[in-house]
Write a protein that binds this ligand. Structure first.
Ligand SMILES: Cc1cc2nc3c(=O)[nH]c(=O)nc-3n(C[C@H](O)[C@H](O)[C@H](O)COP(=O)(O)OP(=O)(O)OC[C@H]3O[C@@H](n4cnc5c(N)ncnc54)[C@H](O)[C@@H]3O)c2cc1C
Length: 415
């Protein structure tokens, strides 16, 4: 039993072990035997339905849904740590599948905190009854997402997507891009500027928007370098009417989304960790079974040293992710800084772990059917998901030294 196992509750160990078996018996065989599927340019053809159906069967598709609506109850004081443990396990099998599922958890957290009882009953009901039903969270638009994270509160940084009040509801116009599950979700949380001329912290509202609403179009599936089993999409709103009851939060939607952002960072870094764990396991297996110069690779000191470095990085990331998740569960004052640290540290260190995996596999590391380069591609995406490396650094400094750190953006000086 490892020190990490010791830190988990019996329930967490049980859930993790069920998930691990699912990954070993279903996900990894699917990925290795069907490596070409990732490159199917018909997005619907990539991931067979049975994978989501089987995820449903072991209960990992709807974490975050309250028990009274059919979800699995997680102990509130351990919830974020449970998210971390399960995200790591799924991503050890496939990072895109993990992306697909965790969007459901994150949006469920948001809905259970902010949505009316009627909306919760309706949308959690849909999620529970249909294994292919997905949620999406649509914040980023072509104008850029970094301003959203930095919270630069000036009218010039507000969103281009606008919602205008009309009789009985709101009319949305604009675009969103890079949205996880954006291509195939059944329900979207969409952010729009509802008070032109004010900063985004007072002027951004969020809306519950079902797929198929009039004026709402999914314009394309983005083809990405990694995490390809999650269909990332672009959305367009042309005079899209949303009834009043679908307004989730008026004006202060960005600060209210905080309940989603912190567990979101933990889930993000834990998925990243799962990719690193997979790279480490595959490489350890390889160097203990493959000989060069008459000796197993692991017996060459330079190989052993690289493997030790990979194992150390994976352990260091796991320690920080679990510490940050614990801080979230305990709602401590350092939770915010730790979440950003875990997210950015994982994204940089796991990429290096995957680079070492590529190096130690030699030419095989570059072959699509060997599955090692896939880990490197999947890991590279985490640099940009949920904020870039540089923006994450800004957030850490602002969180630790809020009085002096200041702002990092503003209108250009006119000459
Ligand atoms: C696979 C994937 C999935 C995603 N899923 C979602 C999703 O589900 N929902 C969603 O809303 N978004 C999603 N995103 C968007 C993601 O959050 C953004 O791509 C990310 O936050 C960066 O924003 P941007 O692409 O607009 O880059 P920009 O904000 O345009 O930044 C470009 C560059 O400028 C730098 N920069 C920006 N501002 C400053 C500054 N003030 N000072 C110094 N440097 C600065 C950045 O660090 C970066 O290097 C996803 C992205 C990817 C790649």
């Amino acid at each position: 039993m490892t020190i990490f196992d010791k830190s988990l509750t019996n329930d967490q160990i049980m859930m993790r072990d069920v998930c691990r078996r699912f990954v070993d018996d279903v996900i990894q065989p699917f990925i290795s035997q069907n490596w070409q599927k990732e490159w199917d340019l018909t997005p619907e053809g990539r991931l067979p339905d049975n994978i989501l159906i089987e995820s449903e069967a072991i209960g990992i598709r709807t974490l975050g849904v309250p028990e009274r609506f059919g979800g699995i109850s997680l102990e509130p004081e351990n919830e974020v740590r449970t998210f971390a443990v399960i995200s790591e396990e799924i991503a050890r099998g496939d990072s895109g599948l993990a992306d697909k599922l965790v969007q459901n958890w994150k949006v469920s957290v948001l809905l259970r905190e902010l949505a009316s009882e009627e909306h919760q009953e309706r949308w959690f009901g849909k999620l529970i009854e249909d294994p292919n039903f997905l949620f999406a969270h649509a914040l980023t638009e072509p104008k850029g997402a970094s301003d959203r994270w930095l919270g630069y509160n000036a009218p010039s940084a507000a969103m281009d997507t606008k919602a205008k009040k009309v009789d009985g509801g709101w009319v949305i116009n604009g675009r969103k891009h890079y949205i996880s599950n954006g291509y195939d979700a059944g329900l979207y949380i969409v952010y729009a500027n509802t008070k032109p001329g004010t900063g985004m912290l007072e002027g951004t509202s969020s809306f519950i928007l079902p797929r198929g609403a009039e004026g709402f179009k999914i314009t394309r599936c983005n083809e990405t370098v990694g995490c390809r089993y999650m269909n990332n999409g672009e959305l367009e709103f042309i005079d899209c009417f949303v009834p009043d009851e679908n307004l989730l939060c008026e004006g202060t939607a960005l600060s209210k989304a905080g309940v989603y952002f912190r567990p979101g960072k933990i889930i993000q870094s834990a998925k990243n960790l799962g990719v690193g764990q997979s790279a480490l396991e595959k490489t350890a297996q390889f160097v203990q079974n493959y000989s060069r110069g008459g000796r197993l690779l692991i017996k060459h000191q330079i190989v052993a040293s690289r493997l030790a470095d990979m194992a150390t990085k994976v352990s260091a990331v796991r320690s920080l992710v679990l510490q940050a998740a614990y801080a979230c569960d305990m709602k401590t004052s350092d939770a915010d800084a730790l979440c950003w640290m875990a997210k950015v540290f994982a994204s940089e260190e796991i990429l290096k772990v995957c680079q070492n995996a590529m190096e130690l596999h030699g030419g095989m590391g570059a072959m699509l059917d060997a599955g090692i380069e896939k880990l490197m591609r999947d890991a590279s995406i985490f640099l940009h998901m949920d904020a870039t490396v540089d923006i994450s650094h800004f957030k850490i400094v602002k969180s630790l030294w809020p009085d002096t750190a200041g702002t990092y953006a503003g209108p250009e000086e006119s000459s």
